[in-house]
Design a protein around this ligand. Sequence first.
Ligand code: ADP
Ligand code: MG
Length: 728
Amino acid sequence: MSIARQQALKDVLERVPKHRERPHNKISAYYGENAFHLHNMREYLTDEAFKSIVEAMEKHTPLDRKVADQAATAMKEWAISRGATHYTHWFQPLTGATAEKHDSFIEPVGDGRAIERFDGSLLVQQEPDASSFPNGGIRNTFEARGYTLWDPTSPAFVVDSTLCIPTIFISYTGFALDNKMPLLKALSRIDRAATEVCQYFDKNVTKVNATLGWEQEYFLVDKSLFAARPDLQMTGRALFGAPPAKGQQLDDHYFGSIPARATAFMKEFEYEAHRLGIPVTTRHNEVAPNQFECAPVFEEANLANDHNLQLMEIMEKVARKHDFRVLLHEKPFPGLNGSGKHNNWSLGTNTGVNLLKPGNTPKTNMRFLTFFVNTLAALHKRADVVRASIASVGNDHRLGANEAPPAIISAFIGSQLSTLLDELEASIGAGALTPDDKTALKLEIGRIPEALLDNTDRNRTSPFAFTGNKFELRAVGSTANCAVPMTVLNTIVAEQLEAFKVAVDARMEAGDKKDEAILKELQLLITQSKAIRFEGNGYSEEWRLEAERRGLANLRTTPDALEVLMRPDVVKMFEDLNVLRPEEVHARVEVDLEAYILKRQIEYRVLMNMARSVIMPAAIKYQNGLVSNIQGVTSVLGEAAGELTAAQRSLLQTAGQLVQDLHRVANDLESVHDAAEAQESALLKAKAYAHEVMPKLEALAGICSEMERVVDDAIWPLPKFAELLFTR
Ligand code: ADP
Ligand code: MG
């Protein structure tokens, strides 16, 4: 056993849970104390300034300078009272992570003293020296000007001693360089589109918020074991490893009791989350050993997303305090369950109605059906764009694998709603509705809540499932910034709702009554979008074939999926809906392809290094041991030793063959890698990595895993999966 592996195991066995004292047992006593929410903002502001800010938040209008100054002063005073000495504009560059640059509040006043200063101009706008953030060519480095602009809809917060101000990040010329700005635009578009459609049912609806409740999955690994695996350290995932004798086959981890060290970690990160006003509420084990999940109460989508990004940062920090490393990668251990981030999504009105929740009158159910069917129609029309929105290096390993939705996007709605849609489709004829038709339909629609109550199907294999009062997009990867899929989902539904409104209005102008116009349009959409509905096992081979017959896209790798975004009709959709300009779409694809290539490059280098300088020497050492054993036995027993060295010879054969294979496949991998690197365009290079390099890389990883099974455990240099996942 290598010294690192030995030491790591020793470390882990000596660890004890680190319980942190909390000042109060009641969560409500400290909930939100580190976020500048409305209620604490009010304390620091005049009524007038407070009203202006609330209005700017609701209407997304710019703040006037005087109010901005007041807001800044209020924020500074509050932050200092929370122990802040610095502030930062917190933003979401296209790398997917978050970024910040800290400045202190201090301003020297010339006589050797300093004062704390922070005014409206510093709050509202900053110019981070950000030429090194990826921008897909939008902002040339020679004019390295990007601005961060305050997003007053998401509360500022204090972490350690820094006031973090949520901002968007744009170029000098106004192009979005981040993930927040397009999300805000998509949210504002769906607000408008959904509010207009709501007017058919209720004139009091003046605002519709998209809501998001994410479920974050992750693994915990002891920090010493983590440090002894260069692949985990550099790529976030174990590139190879033999499956442990006990994996997840007993299904005993899910909802099992949480190990004590993990519990101590969870309690602390939940405490920090609650202090920031992040409403985390659920914690449980996941399917794989040492895999867990946490979920909050849902919130307005932009806020929910900021909270998810904050939580991921908190988890990483707190994990270190507990001698853990948190693995957010989508597939940290080949052969075991991967991690996702289910995005539960719905639409809520200012009147307190969830538009995807069936009501108890025919009218409210018509409204439900309208939003439900339009969402399905949007998904049908834009399934491949949704697929593109969840594309990432890590997610490529997860989609279609163990317990993960397939790369084919489809929707599961349950047998009862399926039957209902089928009946509706059949019962609305082409001509005008007779009074009898109408009565029958009303009865049908009236039955919806009943139908849903006993809708107990829980299809876990679907990437997009209706779960009674919301849709759950399950294909999102665990590292993802939800802003990307949420931008797409809200954009495509807005697009569909706008088209729906135009069509219904046209029918009404042609003489149809409102109900009839809506029903007929819904019928059309039900028929058109049928292919996206799938109730069966999404993991099965039959579904892959069936999806192909239905003409649904099956985009298995990130570069294939990203290509969809460059299609003219997709570029036009983003432009027409005022979410992304064509330059912005292309820049995003460029950045994502680049990220894909760089991450694959790193995986390639790490694996080659490990294969040649860690695994190969271990295997040769093992062979040497066998050779000297055979020689020794033979020198003592002479000719008679033949039979008594047969086993050793056979082991030597196996190890020898693996060494040859490793050498050969590593050389092959090197040449396909060099060929990929020679590609000029980012798209072709990324595709070469996906289709040429990755199969060879997996083959080499497979040989390394096989070596682990063969080589003497005493000289195996790396922590094995069983150690990474079961030592606590
Ligand atoms: P599950 O059975 O999938 O665990 P839950 O009711 O526990 O369902 O909800 C899972 C997630 O869905 C939670 O994060 C929850 O806040 C979120 N959720 C519930 N209602 C909504 C909604 N209307 N909009 C968005 N998310 C929601
Ligand atoms: Mg769920």
